[in-house]
Ligand binder design. Structure first.
Ligand code: 13P
Ligand code: SF4
Length: 324
C-alpha cells in the first residue's frame, strides 16, 4: 500500500510515462544524439534497447570510441564513471545514481591510501570495479577479461598490490604464479553461490558443464570447466558443443546466452539461501522507466573533478594499451 502510494507520487512528480516506452526512448536518443551502453547484467528490456551490450572492457572500449554527444550508461556507477573518465566533454547519464557495487564500496579511498603507503615500491593493479578515487591511486586498471594478461606483462621482480577483489586476485595468482598483495574486497553476488547446490545440480544434470566468473570463491571455481568474464562466458557457451550449462554469475547474462544459443539450456547457479541474491541488487536498480526519465530530464549526470579524472585516466589508458 505504502509502496504503491510512493510510486504514484514519484510518477506524478516526474510526469506521465509515454505508452510506448521503447519508441519514446528511441526518439530521445535521436534528440540527444545519445548512445545506450548496457552491461549483460541489466534486465532483458534494457539489453534489448541498448546500442551496445558488453562486459566491462568492451563497454570501456565502446565509451572510448563513440561519436555520440551523450552516453546513457545502463550499468553501475563505476562503469558510468569510467565512461566519463574517457569522455570529459560528453554528457554521461546513469538511470539510477544508487546503482553502486559492493566490490567498489569495499575499498574506501582513505583506507586504500593507507594500505598503499604500507606497501612502498608496489605497483598498484586495480580491477575496474572501483571508484575513480581508487583508479586515481592506481598504476594500471584491469578487468576480469584482461587481468591475467596484464599481470603477466609486469616484470617478475616488481611487487604488486591487487585491489579490490580478493577472489579475482587469488585467481590471477593461480594463473600467473605471481605473489600478489591482495585487498580483501568481494562481490556480494559472486560470494553467494552455494558449492553444495552446484554439486547437487551437476549430479542431477550429468551432461551439464559448470561455468563461472572469476569473482566467485575458489570453492565454486573448482567445479567450473570454464572461467571467464561475462563476454568470455557468453562466447564459450556459443562455441562449446555442450547443450546444458550451470551458470555461476549474475543470471542477467542468460538473456543473451539464450538469444545466441536458443537450442541450449542455461541453469542459473543457485545462491546459498532461498533468495534472489544471485541477482545484483545494484544493476537491477536500473529500469526502462528510469532510463526514459534520465534521458528526458538529462539527469542523473556523472560528474567528477578534473584532477581525479586526469589521475584516473592514466591507468585506464595503460590498460587499454596493454590489452590490445
Ligand atoms: P565483467 O567485466 O565480466 O563484465 O564483470 C563485471 C562485473 O561487475 C562482474 O560482477
Ligand atoms: Fe559489483 Fe558484484 Fe554487482 Fe558486479 S555483480 S556490479 S561486482 S556487486
Amino acid at each position: 500500500m505504502f509502496t504503491t502510494a510512493l510510486a504514484q507520487r514519484e510518477n506524478t512528480q516526474l510526469g506521465e510515462l509515454p505508452l510506448d516506452l521503447f519508441a519514446a526512448i528511441q526518439s530521445l536518443k535521436k534528440e540527444l544524439n545519445a548512445v545506450i551502453l548496457a552491461h549483460y547484467y541489466q534486465e532483458p528490456d534494457i539489453q534489448d534497447i541498448a546500442d551496445f551490450i558488453g562486459d566491462s572492457l568492451q563497454l570501456a572500449r565502446a565509451a572510448e570510441k563513440t561519436n555520440a554527444d551523450a552516453i546513457v550508461f545502463a550499468g553501475v556507477h563505476f562503469m558510468a564513471e569510467t565512461a566519463k573518465i574517457l569522455n570529459p566533454d560528453k554528457l554521461v547519464l546513469l538511470p539510477d545514481l544508487n546503482a553502486g557495487c559492493s566490490l567498489a564500496d569495499s575499498c574506501p579511498a582513505d583506507e586504500f591510501a593507507a594500505f598503499k603507503a604500507a606497501h612502498p615500491n608496489h605497483l598498484v593493479v586495480s580491477y575496474i570495479n572501483c571508484s575513480a578515487d581508487i583508479k586515481a591511486m592506481s598504476d594500471i586498471i584491469c578487468t576480469s577479461s584482461n587481468a591475467v594478461k596484464i599481470v603477466q606483462q609486469i616484470p617478475k621482480e616488481q611487487p604488486i598490490i591487487f585491489a579490490p577483489d580478493r577472489n579475482l586476485g587469488r585467481y590471477v595468482m593461480e594463473q600467473t604464479g605471481r605473489d600478489l598483495v591482495l585487498w580483501q574486497g568481494s562481490c556480494v553476488v559472486h560470494e553467494t553461490f552455494s558449492e553444495k547446490k552446484i554439486v547437487q545440480l551437476k549430479i542431477a544434470h550429468p551432461e551439464a558443464e559448470a561455468i563461472a566468473h572469476p569473482e566467485c570463491e575458489s570453492s565454486v571455481l573448482r567445479h567450473a570447466s570454464f572461467i571467464g568474464s561475462t563476454a568470455a562466458l557468453l562466447k564459450y557457451c556459443q562455441s562449446s558443443p555442450t547443450k546444458e550449462f550451470i551458470v555461476a554469475t549474475e543470471p542477467g547474462i542468460i538473456h543473451q546466452m539464450q538469444k545466441l544459443a536458443p537450442d541450449k539450456r542455461f541453469i542459473p547457479a543457485p545462491p546459498m539461501n532461498n533468495c534472489a541474491c544471485n541477482e545484483c541488487p545494484f544493476m537491477r536498480l536500473n529500469t526502462l522507466e528510469k532510463l526514459y526519465w534520465a534521458m528526458k530530464n538529462r539527469t542523473p549526470e556523472i560528474t567528477m573533478s578534473e584532477d581525479i579524472r586526469l589521475a584516473a585516466l592514466r591507468p585506464m589508458q595503460r590498460m587499454l594499451e596493454m590489452s590490445v
